[in-house]
Design a binder for this molecule. Structure first.
Ligand code: MG
Length: 158
């Protein structure tokens, strides 16, 4: 078994969609990025790649490559799963935490879990998504951006 950690941040700006865990969340701002800027899915992909010691998504999907402009991060997650699957790994479980002051994410979490699990070929019970504010502190607390952490456990024994 191998464990990996991923972390990502994106800036919150007007006139962008807010997509977290593949779920389009109605909100006055969205995340800025070359792709759809799905910070949760990005952290998760880095955790999976990290567990397999295969680098990170910046290496795999460069943000200066026009191919990934506006990319659907769920499709990139499927590609990451193919890559680690090709190396003989299966995913045991993943656990993610989104750091956001607003909007309230709790109502959206079941949908994020389903969407991420579907992309990875897992059951929703293997996919944990949590959200926390940072009590108004720092850039997430001030609503300037959203950050996400993820850990993933993968296994080669099967
Ligand atoms: Mg990112």
């Amino acid at each position: 078994m191998r464990i990996g950690h991923g972390y990502d941040v994106h800036r919150l700006v007007p006139d962008r969609k807010l997509i977290l865990g593949g779920v389009d969340i109605p909100w006055e701002k969205g995340l800025l990025g070359h792709s759809d800027a799905d910070v949760l899915t990005h952290a998760l992909m880095d955790a999976l790649l990290g567990a397999a010691a295969l680098g990170d998504i910046g290496k795999l999907f460069p943000d200066n490559d026009p191919k990934y402009s506006g990319a659907d991060s769920i499709e990139l997650l499927k590609e990451v799963c193919r890559i680690i699957g090709d190396r003989g790994y299966s995913i045991c479980n993943v656990d993610c935490t989104v750091l956001a002051q607003r909007p309230k994410l709790a109502p959206h979490i079941p949908f994020m879990r389903e969407r991420l699990a579907g992309a990875m070929g897992l059951d929703a019970e293997q996919v944990s998504v949590k959200a926390t504010t940072e009590e108004g502190l720092g850039f997430t607390g001030e609503g300037l951006g959203i950050a996400a952490h993820a850990v993933a456990l993968i296994d080669k024994s099967k």
